[in-house]
Ligand binder design. Structure first.
Ligand code: IPD
Ligand code: CA
Ligand code: CA
Length: 254
């Protein structure tokens, strides 16, 4: 099944690649939350193909879902283009993300960036890979040497709290990155390029596939409070176990 889902991701990537260099029709879902005709096109394509492989599974795609509260144990999360703002600006951190959960356990995760030609994938119990090479999280256990990534919310009313946390971690760490793609941030932690990624306002389709890949790469995933309900509570921390623990202690102290 992994191979078949990877083929779907590759074909979806072809649609993203074609649109990447063209003018896009941009609509606003919120004050700064964008959507283009390609987001919708890619989602329709992936949903149609994946439904044939998993006819009994619930499908939750970003562009066709408003309410994420009812999540079945057998479910597939699809973000057709994670990094839509990047896509609109032709900034190459974009990916199609497909996370398949069976009985509420991560089964297959695929994150494919067709611009940089990076295919991240994992299947439960079989390790995590990027373009065929096994990947693993970094061994960094000191926050002050760590390179971390985060994202900033579309809802600007929460910015003061978000920026306070960001400043606190920036003071303590080596440096910060903001790629604009939650799925890719998670995969770069899985690959060991980033030591940690956290974000306070994500959706399940942003993180579901990356979470499976990072887990298989030896990482620990939780929500921002340390609970394993990150697909329902809409926040994420991903890092190796030691750094994850240190981050949680540090960010919540004082
Ligand atoms: C967004 C990206 C971004 C993250 C946001 C997401 P979108 O997804 O993953 O990095 O900071 O929280 O909503 O809108 O580009 O699919
Ligand atoms: Ca997204
Ligand atoms: Ca998206």
């Amino acid at each position: 099944m992994l191979k078949k889902v990877m083929e779907i991701a590759e074909e979806a990537g072809q649609i993203i690649l074609e649109g990447f260099y063209k003018n896009k029709e941009v609509r606003y879902k919120g004050a700064s939350d964008l959507v283009t005709q390609y987001d919708v096109m890619v989602e329709d394509f992936v949903v149609d193909k994946i439904r044939k492989l998993y006819p009994s599974y619930q499908i939750m795609g970003e562009e066709s879902t408003t309410d994420t509260s009812n999540q079945a144990p057998n479910i597939i999360y699809i973000d057709p283009i994670d990094g839509t703002t990047n896509f609109v600006h032709s900034y190459p951190f974009v990916a199609v993300s497909i996370g398949i959960y069976t009985e509420s356990v991560g089964d297959i995760g695929i994150v494919y960036n067709p611009i940089l030609k990076e295919m991240f994938y994992a299947q439960k119990g079989s390790g995590a890979f990027c373009n065929g090479t096994a990947i693993s999280v970094s061994k960094e256990d000191d926050l002050s040497h760590s390179l971390f990534a985060t994202g900033f919310p579309y809802d600007k009313s929460t910015l003061p709290t978000v920026l306070k946390k960001f400043e606190k971690l920036l003071n303590k760490s080596q440096d910060a990155r903001r790629s604009g793609s939650s799925a890719l941030d998670t995969c770069y932690v899985a690959k060991g390029s980033l030591d940690l990624y956290y974000e306070g306002a994500v959706k399940p389709w942003d993180i579901s596939a990356g979470a499976i890949i990072a887990t298989e790469a030896g990482g620990l995933i939780s929500d921002i409070n340390g609970s394993d309900q990150h697909l329902k509570t809409n926040s994420i921390i991903v890092a190796n176990g030691t750094l994850h623990k240190k981050f949680l202690e540090y960010i919540n102290e004082g």
